[in-house]
Design a protein. Structure first.
Length: 315
């Protein structure tokens, strides 16, 4: 008798981790969620503990022993490199072994890979992940994966929350240096974060590890209130992110195989919430790339991990 196939897909990030257990037809039999699993921040051991407990949880809900699973695929923040993927696989296996939990093959991928699978159900498309950071991923008709961006805040994360927040601080600094009148944006930053002069800004940024990306929603709010400085920051951020998309599309045309019309979806905190920022970004993309049509993701990243698991088993 042929063994029934069950897979677990996992989407793990800096604030939460989601898991689902599916059968061979992709039907979700159980779901669960837990705390963060960004191993670059909390460490491999703690992240592995979260993931193994979540696998056990969805198996219990579905009434299936972990030994009956065929494959686990985890799409994790910070796992874009092969060496980090191997570290997490070892960590998960070590944690499972200590608990005497029998696991099948475990595959760890970057969260962008599983988000791409979910957004288009495994088909051709481009995703723009824009939150604290930013990265662009694309899949062509042959299944080849392309990426651009994702260099991190120090080198380049165009259009990201960090880039927007940094631009806001730069605007405030220029305004203070030039003795210009305060704007809606500078007043919001001063009243909500206490960043009203050079000492307070320097102390927060260089001494207290201030979360620069936390300013992005306030820049968007100021732009909604017609603050010209905030609006220009968003325009520039969208233009820069559009250039990153352009670079990746050029590579896909040269090195891959693209259809005449390419679907594009947004993922991430800034890409999944309707705002003036997203409206500007959509207009910039539609104007620059008439062959791209913007759509909502078909499935969430956690289901993308499940679809990838089934795809691996069918190869």
């Amino acid at each position: 008798m042929k063994k029934e196939i069950f897979v677990v897909g996992i989407d793990g990030g800096g604030t939460k981790t989601e898991a689902e257990l599916c059968n061979a037809r992709g039907k979700v039999l159980a779901r669960g969620n837990a705390g963060p699993s960004n191993f670059q921040i909390i460490g491999v051991e703690e992240a592995s503990e979260t993931i193994v407990r979540l696998i056990q949880s969805v198996c219990r809900k579905a009434g299936i022993p972990t030994s009956a699973l065929s494959l686990v695929v985890a799409g994790l923040t910070g796992a874009g490199r092969g060496s980090d993927q191997k570290r997490m696989v070892r960590g998960i296996r070590k944690n499972a072994s200590a608990k005497r939990v029998r696991l099948p093959r475990v595959v760890v991928e970057g969260d962008a890979t599983t988000a791409l699978e979910g957004a288009f159900g495994g088909e051709v498309g481009v995703i723009v992940i824009v939150g604290t950071g930013s990265i662009v991923f694309g899949k062509d008709e042959r299944g080849k994966i392309f990426r651009a961006g994702g260099w991190g805040r120090i080198i380049e994360d165009e259009g990201s929350g960090y880039a927007i927040g940094r631009a806001a601080l730069q605007a405030v600094a220029r305004s203070l240096d030039r003795g210009e009148h305060s704007t809606t944006l500078s007043r919001m930053i001063a009243s909500r974060f206490g960043l009203k002069d050079q000492p307070s800004i320097i102390r927060a940024i260089y001494g207290k590890g201030f979360d620069v990306a936390a300013l992005a929603p306030h820049v968007i709010e100021a732009a909604e209130k017609h603050d010209s400085t905030a609006f220009r920051i968003l325009q520039t951020s969208c233009k820069n992110l559009t250039e990153t998309i352009h670079g990746m599309l050029n590579r896909m045309k040269k090195e891959g195989k693209l259809p005449d019309d390419v679907p594009l979806a947004f993922v991430g905190s800034l890409g999944s919430t309707e705002s003036i920022y997203l409206r500007i970004l959509k207009r910039a993309i539609s104007s620059r790339f008439p062959h791209i049509h913007i759509r909502q993701p078909k499935f969430p990243p956690v289901h993308g991990a499940s679809l990838l698991a089934l795809s691996i088993l069918n190869r």
